[in-house]
Write a protein of this length. Structure first.
Lengths: 124, 122, 401
């Protein structure tokens, strides 16, 4: 079964890091990815640009509303995600705990929806 | 440009879904499915749609933190916001206006929001 | 501002737009044009200003951009950008043949995905050529804060992939709204804001008018662009009479109409006629028509309230808002009597808005419902308002006693 591990963290902290410090963080993420890949657990992943580059789109009364910023202002913003293939949510949480961001912020693990009636819903 | 389109649902709408019986939920989904099929039907050939997932309700979430080597897992989503992430779609397109043009066709744009976040390293 | 700064500023937007088109990056373009400005400050006093400043600025900015790029050891698209820069003409006659990309620049700076305050700052910096310092003073914000605002906006354009172009037809109406709103916000900051020095506010109004004229020039078939320009000119015609000797606000009824700028009003009226001749009325044209009716009345009693009421009705149909309904009710009261106005007022949801309660009090007074009027005046005076409004209300209340 597939799970989305969403990485929440304080991005102002990230922005204050030097290029070398960021390289160090990327190295820890690469290590995680390699480990997850070897275990057959890693399906996908992405690093998201900061919320200052976000744009939120809504349609109300046939009118398109485009605004600067994320859909909600959180002290710790979504900074990236991994898609993990695990037997259970508990197993997914064990892997989530290995994501470097877990030690600074938090990882939200959510099951990816599988439509019971369809043959293989979920990720496409 | 690559964008992660974060699809949200209104927390009240989610709560309403939770209250439904399996039969009601199935019927409600049946109404939504054609809208999504129309969207994928249009986007598919364009080559602009990448990875795409729908998530289970926030009530099924677990939040993991590691502090001083100790792992804590709590039930529930990371934040109790008025809108909650319900899905993610990766869009590969020319520019932000193109991404916005896709976002307005995503059904949740009418009831909640679609946040377009650039993916780093794309 | 020195004549060098003035001349340079006139060519600024055109140069930034062209360099942005060629370099694909607003920051690189701005840096190049800023470099050219530094050179102008050195050379023009010594050699005299060039015959064709715009051409000189673009050519010089091009050369500075080439220099900067050559010094960059690693730059992804260095070869491609150098080739594009080198292809830019530098001979004066040829430079005038370079397409005017300012419209694309305006739409980019006013893109809805940018924070509202960022759009305003960016438009003033990139299109109008104001310095960060000038913009900071105009908006009563510290220079570092304004600099941050600009950096953030430019970073977002690049990171989020905001395209540098005039929007395609199907997006044009909604994107036009964004541009007009930005320009009108700049104007209002100068016209209505209570803080800051008078000359700074006046300069802001002038800048907004200059930008609106540019937009009207670049989009001659767009009646709302003309409508906005007309509205600004007509309102600006009253600007000096709006301030008393101590800088306090003077209400329309109390203004010395001899201090109105008739040349401005005439210009605004002409622009409005041009707009209306297109037979595609819109909110800015309607607001301009209302402003024209006010500005054409030699005395308050000469105001054509019936026409104003009708125009507010039109405006309400297109842009329903409680404030428009309120203004309409006030106009109807002037045209058809206080009872008619009061009936409309009672249908508006604007609790706590002092102008609504003040209007209500006034109509009750005119209907000689003195007790209710006094109560309404007292309730209104408990709300936030500026000094001129407060003084006027206190006067009315004391007259009732």
């Amino acid at each position: 079964m597939q799970y989305l591990a969403m990485i929440y963290g304080d991005t102002t902290q990230w922005e204050s890091l030097s290029a070398e410090e960021r390289e160090e963080v990327y190295a820890t993420y690469n290590a995680f990815s390699e480990g997850a890949q070897k275990a057959g657990v890693l399906v996908d992943g992405a690093e998201l640009d900061s919320t200052s580059t976000a744009t939120t789109v809504r349609v109300r009364d046939n009118e398109t509303l485009v605004t600067d910023g994320p859909y909600a202002e959180l002290k710790e913003a979504l900074g990236g995600y991994f898609v993990l293939e695990c037997d259970s949510i508990d197993a997914a949480c064990e892997w989530a705990a290995k994501i470097p961001g877990a030690t600074q912020g938090a990882i939200e693990v959510r099951p990816i929806h599988v439509d019971p009636s369809a043959n293989g819903g979920g990720a496409s | 440009m690559k964008y992660a389109a974060l699809l949200t649902n209104d927390a009240d709408a989610v709560a309403a879904w939770e209250q439904m019986t399996p039969g009601e939920a199935q019927a409600a989904r049946a109404v939504e499915v054609p809208k999504w099929e129309a969207l994928y039907g249009e986007l598919g050939p364009s080559g602009m749609l990448g990875f795409s997932v729908e998530l289970d309700s926030p009530t099924t979430a677990k939040t993991v933190r590691v502090r001083d080597g100790e792992t804590t897992v709590t039930d529930g989503p990371f934040a109790e916001t008025k809108e909650q992430i319900g899905g993610v779609m990766v869009l590969e397109c020319e520019d932000l206006d193109t991404a916005i043009g896709i976002a307005v066709k995503i059904p949740v744009a009418l009831t909640a929001s679609v946040e377009l976040r650039p993916i780093v390293g794309s | 501002m020195s004549s060098i700064e003035l001349t340079f500023r006139e060519g600024w937007g055109r140069a930034v737009a062209t360099l942005t088109r060629v370099l694909g990056d607003l920051t690189l373009a701005e840096d190049a044009v800023q470099d050219a400005f530094t050179i102008a400050l050195e050379r023009w006093p010594r050699d005299g200003p060039p015959d064709h400043p715009s051409a000189w600025i673009i050519a010089t900015a091009r050369n500075r951009a080439i220099d900067r790029l050559r010094r960059e050891r690693t730059f992804a698209r260095k070869a491609e950008l150098l080739a594009r820069l080198e292809a830019l003409p530098t001979e004066e006659e040829d430079v005038s043949s370079i397409p005017d990309d300012r419209l694309a620049l305006v739409f980019t700076c006013c893109h809805p995905a940018l924070a509202a305050e960022g759009r305003v700052a960016l438009t003033l910096r990139e299109v109008a050529g104001l310095t960060t310092t000038e913009i900071a003073h105009a908006f009563l914000v510290s220079e570092p804060a304004m600099a941050q605002r600009l950096v953030r906006a430019k970073r977002k354009i690049r990171a989020a992939g905001i395209p540098f172009r005039v929007p395609p037809d199907h997006l044009l109406p909604e994107r036009m709204q964004s541009v007009l709103a930005v320009l009108y916000l700049v104007f209002n900051e100068g016209y209505s804001a209570s803080g800051g020095a008078e000359h700074v506010r006046a300069d802001l109004c002038e800048e907004a008018i200059r930008l609106a004229k540019l937009l009207a020039l670049l989009m001659p078939d767009e009646p709302e662009a003309l409508g906005l320009l007309a509205l600004m000119l007509l309102q600006d015609g009253r600007r000096e009479a709006r301030r008393g000797p101590n800088g306090e606000l003077v209400l329309l009824d109390d203004q010395d109409r001899a201090r109105w700028n008739q040349a401005r009003i005439a210009e605004g009226t002409l622009v409005l006629e041009r707009a209306l001749s297109r037979r595609a009325a819109g909110p800015y044209q309607l607001q301009a028509a209302i402003a024209a009716l006010h500005s054409q009345a030699p005395r308050p009693d000469d105001t054509d309230w019936a026409q104003i009421a009708a125009l507010y009705g039109e405006l309400a149909r297109r842009q329903a808002s409680p404030v428009v309904e309120l203004n309409r009710a006030v106009a109807v009261a002037m045209a058809d009597g206080p009872a008619a106005g009061l009936a409309l007022l009672d249908g508006i949801e604007l609790d706590g808005y002092h102008l609504l309660h003040a209007a209500r009090a006034d109509l009750l007074r005119r209907l000689e419902r003195t007790e209710e009027a006094a109560a309404e005046y007292r309730a209104t005076l408990r709300l936030e308002m500026n000094a001129a409004e407060r003084a006027a209300l206190e006067r009315r209340l004391s007259q009732l006693a």
